[in-house]
Design a protein around this ligand. Structure first.
Ligand code: AMP
Ligand code: MG
Length: 525
């Protein structure tokens, strides 16, 4: 198989920025029935409305790129619930429940019959970019109205619909469900930002389908991906990384429904975490199904799964049509890559393709947690602070690693190390007669004796520090220093994950080899 090798040079940070924030003026108008399962005509009590978990996650993805508006077609709600105050109560209740899951709906637009008025009025009031906006609806009328004001229509075929091919404007898309609509919406967003081009993502997806290896951006770090259901492809990931076979991989999905085929059981607590934190930097370890090859899980009966929060990663997974097994795209034990250039320098030609999606916005690996009906165990500190998890599922056990029970075999003490020896800065200052670099949390009061200084966050912001950590380590590591002196950050929130990486990097003063060592008794997770 002759793949095009090499990196795609499309420099810029458009994608990264849009992952973090709303695209201010674009809207997604969603019909009520495209998000709520029940027919509201039959309901009097708003609590009877079921918000399906996968719809909640889909809306959380969509709102990263579009402001959300719900279109409530008046007649459908007023058949039995005639009082307008009661209708407002109905809407308010659903909006509040969505808000609990972090979904922010700007407004419910109630409208009567085929009026263009609501689109135009709301667009003016909110200064929306209608040509950049979308209408996702199971009513062909909505799609037509949206078309008349220049918005793109995505027609969702409803289960009850007898109209499989309604009369729609020519550029409308027809999809089977809200997920399909959201993934199309994300692709439209990618087309506008062109980093990387959609055609490059499609080529990468094809490589994955054919058993090849692709490095791709996620919100945490760059991943080295293979089709998780293809043992030969996964074996190549281990070879390229020089990763020991006892260290299992995380399987990446584009949609929570994909999880069902990969697990034998989904405990309620895990579903709760998915509903609130996916997509995002949270990996959940669950009992695996027979479909997952043993090489992925290093022979364990559990599989680690995550849904990344990055439009390139989600589009790639969806287009490949398979779950993607992906460890970080670096040599085993070394510093994780947060830029495409880092991947290229470490793995170069060994990878079939590197998709460049700019810098990873979170910049630190995912939090790993194993969840069963009666316990939740934290296996790795990461991009989602453990306090946030505990707010939802109560106290989480910290895993104490022992030789006898390596619950998370990848948790080696010397992980994340630069080649240059690294020590932690403490009261006993090291002898600075050599070429030393300083890795400092905020601006240091004195940098005397250091030939290079990297500051993680001038304002002392832990999020910014996490995003800069691996970039700073890569930079110091490329300067032919003899020693890196690193300062620990405050041990709260993301600071715990940052310090975990620094302590491991400092284990035995940093490592130069990539060889595997025994799992030690030491636990930092
Ligand atoms: P990486 O792919 O390098 O980000 O590391 C993945 C982390 O998830 C490693 O620490 C693995 O040990 C851990 N992990 C993956 N699968 C499992 C599993 N089935 N049980 C416990 N930990 C896992
Ligand atoms: Mg890794």
């Amino acid at each position: 198989m002759a793949y095009l090798r090499g990196i795609m040079h499309c420099i810029g940070t458009g994608v990264v920025m849009s992952v973090m924030s709303y695209d201010a003026y674009k809207a997604a108008f969603l019909s009520w029935n495209s998000i709520v399962t029940e027919d509201p005509r039959r309901l009097r009590d708003p609590s009877k409305i079921v918000l399906a978990p996968d719809v909640i996650v889909a809306l959380r993805v969509l709102q990263k790129y579009y402001k959300l508006f719900i279109l409530a077609h008046q007649p459908s709600i007023t058949v039995e619930v005639s009082d307008s105050a009661q209708i407002a109560h109905f809407h308010e209740d659903v909006l509040q429940r969505l808000a609990h899951y972090g979904v922010q709906v700007e407004q419910v637009i109630s409208y009567v019959k085929n009026s263009l008025h609501p689109f135009i009025e709301v667009a003016e009031e909110r200064r929306l970019d209608l040509p950049g906006s979308l209408c996702i609806s199971d009513r062909s009328q909505d799609i037509k109205l949206a078309g008349q004001v220049g918005a793109r229509g995505i027609y969702v075929m409803s289960r009850n619909s007898t109209q499989t091919c309604p009369d729609l404007p020519p550029d409308s898309l027809i999809v089977v469900d809200i997920w399909d609509a959201v993934l199309h919406a994300m692709e439209m967003h990618l087309i506008q930002h062109r980093q990387p081009a959609l055609s490059d993502i499609e080529r990468a997806a094809e490589i994955l389908r054919e058993g090849g290896i692709v490095a791709f951006p996620t919100e945490t770090v760059y991943g080295l991906g293979a089709n998780a259901l293809d043992p030969m492809a996964v074996a190549r990931v281990f070879e390229i990384k020089r990763r020991p076979r006892f260290d299992p991989l995380i399987v990446h999905v584009a949609d929570p429904r994909q999880v069902n085929t990969l697990v034998s059981q989904l405990p309620g607590q895990a579903q709760k975490l998915i509903n609130l934190f996916w997509p995002g930097p949270l990996t959940i370890v669950l009992p695996k199904s027979d479909r997952v090859p043993d090489i992925v899980t290093a022979g364990l009966s559990t599989v680690a799964i995550r849904m990344p929060d990055h439009p390139v990663a989600l589009t790639l997974i969806r287009r490949s049509g398979v779950p993607i097994a992906a460890p970080s795209a670096n040599l085993f034990g070394h510093v994780s890559p947060t830029m495409a250039e880092h991947v290229y320098h470490q793995l170069g030609d060994a990878v079939d393709l590197v998709l460049n999606g700019g810098r990873c916005p979170i910049g630190i690996e995912s939090t790993v947690i194993s969840v069963s009906d009666d316990e939740a165990v934290l296996l790795r500190l990461g991009g989602l602070p453990v306090e946030e998890l505990e707010r939802v599922i109560g106290p989480v056990q910290r895993h104490i690693r022992t030789q006898a029970s390596p619950k998370s075999p990848g948790q080696l003490p010397h992980h994340y190390a630069p080649r240059t020896p690294l020590v932690l800065r403490d009261r006993n200052a090291p002898e600075l007669t050599r070429r030393c670099g300083l890795l400092s949390f905020t601006e240091p009061t004195s940098a005397e004796g250091f030939v290079a200084v990297e500051v993680l966050s001038k304002s002392g912001d832990l999020r910014e520090a996490a995003a800069n950590l691996f970039v700073a380590l890569h930079r110091l590591d490329s300067m032919q220093l003899e020693l890196i002196v690193a300062e620990l950050v405050p041990e709260v929130g993301l600071g715990q994950a940052i310090n975990d990486r620094l302590r491991r990097a400092a284990h035995k003063g940093g490592i130069g080899s990539t060889g595997s060592r025994e799992v030690s008794d030491e636990s930092r997770a």
